[in-house]
Ligand binder design. Sequence first.
Ligand code: ADP
Length: 331
Amino acid sequence: MTDPRYDVVAIGNAIVDVMAPCEDELIEELGLAKGGMTLVDTERAQELYDAMGRATEISGGSAANTLAGMAALGSQCAFVGQVAKDQLGDIFAHDIRAVGIDFDTQPREGDPPTARCLIFVTPDGERTMNTFLGASQFLPPAALDEELIASAGVLYLEGYLWDPEEPRSAMRRAIDVSRDAGRKVAFTASESFVIERHGDDFRALIEEGKIDILFVNEHELATLTGKTDFEAGLDALKDKVPTLVATRSAKGAVAIANGERAEVPAEPIAKVVDTTGAGDLFAAGFLTGHTRGENLETCLRMGAICAGEIISHIGARSEKDLNALVAEKLG
Ligand code: ADP
């Protein structure tokens, strides 16, 4: 087996985050569910975009945000995700490359347009998100560069993308390519509702030994295992997944790898401002540690430090030099 060219290649939703400040009156006028995340169709997305003030546009999406964190920590990363041949597709590609991630998935012709998450930020710091998934749900298996998948030490998959059919087939194929090349497959369950829909698939992948590293939060662990008790949930999975990572918001995180268990508290921070992206950045820190061969506790600490940075401000991109922050906190 050759040395991997990339530390991680991720497959995920290719979404542009369009973020603008707004007053509470606008939230009411538009009939938005303040603080929540709502899926919207093309027309509604256009209506909301027209009502938005001056906005900033950056690449987003769960797995892509994890890669942005990893790239900031110095990892070599590549992203696979579907955009359309349109202006937001160009913005996504430019922005993700600008943070040092390789991105070569060809844009898709015609409708639907590139996915976007329209984020209204009210003066109290709350984010009201409206997501149009568009082209990102149409990543076909044919778009996979199998050499690229095989050239990464870890293939990282976003559970959200298991919902639409084409990306699900693409991810199944990628799992086989990665495993045949002797690499590792990491999977984030993303959300309990994804497990409610596709739990049987996920449990089958786990039973077949196709997942090497599994990221879940407390709720996802319960949904996946049917055990409401956290420890019982860990017990149900710990012998089936070589590396199991379970985060528990303010209560920190636990990892169990091949019989060894480690735990860390949440990183102390002055104020929790916006928890969006906590799990994504936790995965970034953990995976960076893992690909560098750090011990389990250090991997968890790196995850907690990155998550702590992201929740101390608005937005799912780090504002501090993550590498310096991790080095300083690890001592
Ligand atoms: P997800 O975003 O996937 O639901 P969690 O909520 O479990 O993930 O959070 C992941 C990590 O982020 C935690 O292990 C912790 O390090 C940090 N974190 C999340 N929420 C908080 C919080 N309210 N206070 C302190 N740390 C938090």
